[in-house]
Each structure stands twice: as structure tokens, then as C-alpha cells.
Design a protein around this ligand. Structure first.
Ligand code: COA
Length: 263
């Protein structure tokens, strides 16, 4: 499949998706979300995918992950169209959060509005030192529409989320690290090397165990604790029935590297 607004590259089980609207600082319009939705759906069904990286393509100007939802496009939308746009963004980002493989946001510049929301749908965020995070919707008289009002408080706590959502102020990468929004900050020139190394490490792990751990972390967060514990025990039992567990345990005792088959 070819994409107008996405660059897609795959190697060694790692797929890198770059949002590519350079003249608009990679802002997300409907067409880009439709493409991202289709791509994520295809990746869900591809067992060779061991990890995904989401980043912003080179803009030629100031670096941008994604500078938000497309403001010019939103200005022309009716209330019904705005609602549909929000539902499309939410559904697309849910496909990222619920993916059977880890998704890392490599945040290489502006991550504002829909860009911050896109990064928060990823399982973790690694930022370059010049990244800027924020939910500036309130400064435009609108509100987040791609689940920012829900994911931000879950990630950084209600007080900090309310502060960011109601001021619209952007924060730098070091502040994002301090409040737990990102897990690492690296020099801009080291960003992709760092993220790729982590993605390759994820991709090399036992596929069924990787998928079950992610499933428990994501799904368990919205379950009562005792139900999530039971789900963990169920998957603990299920993973024990895989060929990979047999080889993983045997390889430890034989002092050799296991060979994962993903079954
Ligand atoms: N939607 C649509 N277009 C956008 C955009 C967005 N969210 N963010 C940037 N662009 C466009 C600009 O309109 C401009 O297009 P033009 O060259 O045709 O005029 C181009 O991208 C470059 O942006 P510009 O504002 O000139 O760059 P800058 O370096 O001066 O400022 C930002 C960068 C990110 C501070 C500024 O673009 C901005 O505030 N963007 C909107 C951020 C936002 O509110 N996002 C949430 C939306 S809900």
C-alpha cells in the first residue's frame, strides 16, 4: 500500500512510521488519520511486526513530531464533521494503544494538541531535547478531541493535567521527563539511534510473551485490580503452553540462546 502523508520503513521486525506533511509541521488532517488507521490495521494482522516507531518526518523548518490536528481543516468543519473527526482520531489512536506490539513515540520537536495525543497513545515516549509538549486547544477556544483529556491525567495525574489543559502552555522535554510524560530525553542527533535500539530489543523478545505483557498492561489499567490479576494468571497459564516457553526454559538450563517461534 502507498501513502500520501506517511513514510513507512520496515527492517528486522521494526516498522517506522513518519507522519509526513512537511509544509504543515506534520499536522493531522482527516486523510492522514485515515491512512494511519489503515496502516495500523494492517500491522495488527502482520505477525512479523515486533515493534513500531512513530515519529515526525523532516519538515525542513523547525523539527516537528506533529504540530496538532489541522487547524485550517477544522475551521471548515460542521459540528457533525468535527465529531466524526474526533471519533476517527480516537479510533486510530486506540489502534496504537491496543496494538499487539510495542509502539514507541520518537518525539523530535513540536508535539502539540493532536501530536501530544498521538504520542500519549504510544506505549512510551522518548523525546529529543528540543521537543515541546502541550495541549494548546483552549487557546483556540476548542478542546482536545483525540482523547487528550483522558490520557493526559492518566499519565501525569489530575493536577498537572488540568494545569496543562487549562493553560494551554507547552512544556519542554526536561519538564516532560520530570512529570513522567516521557521516559527518556536524548540529544536530537541521538533520538532515532536510541529509539531504534530499544525497538530492536523489543522485537527480539519472545513474541507471545511480549504480546501478553502489553495486553495486560494496557487492558489491566481499566479493569478492577482483582480481575486484572485473574487475567494475568490466565495468560501466565496460556503462555506456559507455548513452544517458546519450552525452548526458553531449556535454553537457560543448556546455557544457550533460545530461538523464538512465536507459538
Ligand atoms: N494545523 C495546520 N497547520 C499548521 C499547524 C496545525 N496544527 N501547525 C502549523 N501549521 C502550519 C502553519 O499554518 C504554517 O503554514 P503556512 O506556511 O502555510 O502558513 C506552517 O505549518 C509552519 O508553521 P508556522 O506557524 O509558520 O511555524 P512556526 O515555527 O512559526 O510556529 C508552532 C510553530 C508549532 C508554534 C505554530 O505553528 C503553532 O502554534 N501551531 C499550532 C499548534 C496548535 O495549536 N496545535 C493544536 C491544534 S488543535
Amino acid at each position: 500500500m502507498t501513502y500520501q502523508n506517511l513514510l513507512v520503513a520496515s527492517e528486522a521486525g521494526v516498522t517506522t512510521i513518519s507522519i509526513n506533511r512537511p509544509t504543515k509541521l506534520n499536522a493531522l488532517d482527516r486523510a492522514t488519520l485515515v491512512e494511519l488507521n489503515a496502516l495500523m490495521t494492517a500491522l495488527h494482522a502482520d505477525p512479523s511486526v515486533g515493534a513500531v516507531i512513530v515519529t515526525g518526518a523532516e519538515t525542513g523548518k523547525r523539527p516537528a513530531f506533529v504540530a496538532g490536528a489541522d487547524i485550517a481543516a477544522m475551521k471548515e468543519m460542521s459540528a457533525v464533521e468535527l465529531r466524526e473527526f474526533a471519533r476517527l482520531g480516537q479510533a486510530t489512536f486506540d489502534l496504537i494503544e491496543n496494538a499487539p506490539f510495542p509502539v514507541i513515540a520518537a518525539v523530535n520537536g513540536f508535539a502539540l494538541g493532536g501530536g501530544c495525543e498521538l504520542s500519549m497513545a504510544c506505549h512510551l515516549r522518548i523525546a529529543s531535547a528540543d521537543a515541546l509538549f502541550g495541549q494548546p486547544e483552549i487557546n483556540l477556544g476548542i478542546i482536545p478531541g483525540f482523547a487528550g483529556s483522558q490520557r493526559l491525567p492518566r499519565l501525569v495525574g489530575r493536577a498537572k493535567a488540568v494545569e496543562l489543559l487549562l493553560t494551554g502552555d507547552a512544556i519542554k522535554a526536561d519538564e516532560a521527563l520530570r512529570i513522567g510524560l516521557v521516559s527518556q530525553v536524548v540529544a536530537p542527533t541521538d533520538l532515532m539511534t536510541t529509539v531504534r535500539a530499544l525497538a530492536l530489543k523489543f522485537a527480539a523478545k519472545a513474541p507471545v510473551a511480549r504480546k501478553y505483557i502489553l495486553d495486560l498492561v494496557v487492558r489491566g489499567a481499566s479493569m478492577p485490580f482483582s480481575d486484572a490479576e485473574r487475567a494475568e494468571a490466565d495468560l501466565f497459564g496460556l503462555v506456559g503452553a507455548t513452544e517458546d516457553v519450552r525452548d526458553g526454559l531449556a535454553a537457560f538450563l543448556d546455557k544457550r540462546t533460545p530461538v523464538w517461534k512465536g507459538r
